[in-house]
Design a protein around this ligand. Structure first.
Ligand SMILES: C[S@@+](CC[C@H](N)C(=O)[O-])C[C@H]1O[C@@H](n2cnc3c(N)ncnc32)[C@H](O)[C@@H]1O
Length: 287
């Protein structure tokens, strides 16, 4: 049931694809439907080219493409992922998909090609030392003056003064990610690597789920968090040897989910913060 072999800590079955798509809808609402940060210019004059790396089911790209279409902005979209398992079965005309590891150089045809590169949720997939290489690879495929937007659910997402479920998730993620050489401070790492690589106007911001006036967001956030406990939390417990087998991992996750539901019913519903980094490749970067 849990994936302990792959460097990537999640599975890639149909259920996981549904979870990613549901999570995307929630994240869009938390970021107040700004799929792209307003500082990223959208021009109507040319075809806007957008890459989404670690695209999963391609759900973000699909939504961005629809929004641009509505605004009559022509776009070319390309989704990359280390695995094709979750790529959509139905292909749309202006979205291409390719297998590509973010830590490996992209084929030459993609160099200096994209106005925007988007990455989301690779915290459980890449090692701390991979971030620098990933930023270099992204820089290579961005046009000079192009923008990177990278989003993570990381250490700053799980903060609560009074909720023991959040403390436990935080403890488990910190322990397990460290044990795998991964980085719980993902957005801070992305921002510092962007700065070191010479990107301009590096911006790191958090979107809080309790900062919107969406009346259903609280209940939906509670539900998504329970889904994370049943998947990533359980998987990390097992992968880092904190439990002996999958059955015990599921049991521990189930107990935590129950405790979560009890606390939410008492009004201790934890808000989540989605971290976003936006940065621009310099216009005078060498081609
Ligand atoms: C949690 S999913 C996020 C998917 C999508 N970005 C989203 O937000 O819905 C992480 C994705 O990263 C992909 N992945 C893992 N390691 C990767 C790597 N080294 N290079 C590119 N993609 C990778 C996985 O296959 C998976 O599709």
């Amino acid at each position: 049931m849990f994936n302990t072999e792959d460097k990537y800590a999640f599975g890639r079955d149909k259920k996981e694809s549904e979870r990613l798509n549901a999570q995307h809808k929630l994240l869009s609402r938390v970021t107040q439907h700004t799929l792209l940060h307003p500082s990223i210019p959208i021009t109507k004059d040319d075809v806007l080219s957008i890459a989404d790396i670690a695209t999963g089911t391609g759900i973000w790209l699909e939504d961005v493409s629809k929004v641009l279409d509505k605004a009559q902005v022509k776009s070319y979209c390309h989704g990359f992922d280390i695995s094709a398992e979750q790529f959509p079965e139905e292909k749309s005309e202006n979205i291409q998909f390719s297998i590509q590891d973010i830590t490996a150089p992209f084929p030459k045809e993609h160099w200096n090609r994209y106005d925007i590169v988007h990455v989301r949720l690779v915290i459980a997939a890449i090692g701390e030392s991979d971030y620098k290489t990933a930023i270099d690879n992204i820089s290579a495929i961005l046009k000079p003056g192009g923008f990177l937007q990278w989003e993570e659910i990381d250490e700053e997402t799980y903060i609560s003064e009074d909720n023991p479920v959040i403390w436990e998730i935080r403890r488990c993620f910190d322990f397990s990610l460290k044990a795998e050489g991964k980085c719980f401070q993902a957005s801070a790492k992305v921002a510092s690597e962007c700065t070191a690589a010479g990107f301009l106007d590096v911006l790191r911001l958090g979107y809080r789920s309790d900062a919107t006036d969406d009346p259903h967001l609280r209940a939906d956030t509670e539900q998504r968090l329970a889904a994370i406990m049943n998947t990533l939390y359980a998987s990390l417990l097992l992968r880092s040897g904190q439990v002996p087998d999958g059955e015990t991992a599921s049991k521990r996750a189930g107990e935590l989910v129950e405790q979560h539901h009890r606390l939410c019913a008492e009004g201790l519903s934890p808000p989540l913060t989605i971290m976003r980094v936006v940065a621009q490749k310099p216009l005078d970067a060498p081609l």
